[in-house]
Ligand binder design. Structure first.
Ligand SMILES: CC(C)(COP(=O)(O)OP(=O)(O)OC[C@H]1O[C@@H](n2cnc3c(N)ncnc32)[C@H](O)[C@@H]1OP(=O)(O)O)[C@@H](O)C(=O)NCCC(=O)NCCS
Length: 168
């Protein structure tokens, strides 16, 4: 993998058809749905691109809401009874050729920075991850993400901890 990656919003010139990861639904999403979802406003996708143009990773973000009923009791003190806003890392994957070389970590931290860069007039309280399957959950928990009780594939981190996490 080149050290000289660009991280940019997905557009129609990116060669999505050549992207292959170890979980086919996640490369199918990039190939078939991500650009359309960006155009229609359902989610935004950032891609990591090598100088030669190959996509080696991506993530997709969108808004989410979290309710008191979903959270553990220690998190709900002072929370309103209505759903509170969050940013959802809905999808993330790296190319099979570059797995295990640190790109997943770089993408996760960039996704958090993108969330923190939302203008301060728009607030969010939780950064939420939909883990693709149980196998990938430990990748997120090592950063401090916790599973929502009753939903082991939906992980969360409060905004204060996200601010600390991006400083590593
Ligand atoms: C999960 C994924 C994004 C991680 O990306 P990556 O570039 O391989 O991860 P990194 O190289 O940054 O790994 C960082 C650390 O996490 C660990 N790690 C990587 N994948 C892991 C997994 N599935 N479970 C537990 N730990 C994992 C690595 O061993 C590494 O640990 P170390 O620092 O002690 O060596 C990548 O493996 C992937 O695309 N998998 C297929 C798609 C998928 O499952 N996506 C998750 C969507 S929610």
């Amino acid at each position: 993998m080149s050290d000289d990656l660009r991280f940019e919003p997905l557009n129609s010139t990116h060669p999505v058809a050549a992207f292959v990861c170890s979980k086919p639904p996640l490369h199918d999403y990039l190939r078939k749905h991500a650009l359309q979802n960006s155009a229609t406003g359902y989610s935004g996708t950032m891609v990591a691109v090598e100088p030669a143009g190959r996509i080696v990773g991506y993530f997709s973000l969108c808004p989410v809401s979290v309710t008191c009923a979903e959270l553990p009791s220690e998190e709900v003190k002072g929370m309103p009874k209505y759903p509170v806003p969050g940013v959802l890392l809905a999808k993330m994957a790296v190319h099979i050729d570059v797995a295990g070389k640190g790109l997943g970590t770089r993408l996760l931290l960039l996704a958090m920075r993108e969330a923190l860069a939302i203008p301060p007039s728009i607030k969010w309280r939780f950064f939420v991850v939909d883990a693709f399957d149980a196998e990938v959950v430990p990748f997120y928990t090592r950063f401090g993400f916790k599973a929502l009780p009753g939903n082991p594939l939906r992980l969360y981190m409060g905004v204060k901890m996200v601010t600390k996490a991006v400083q590593i």
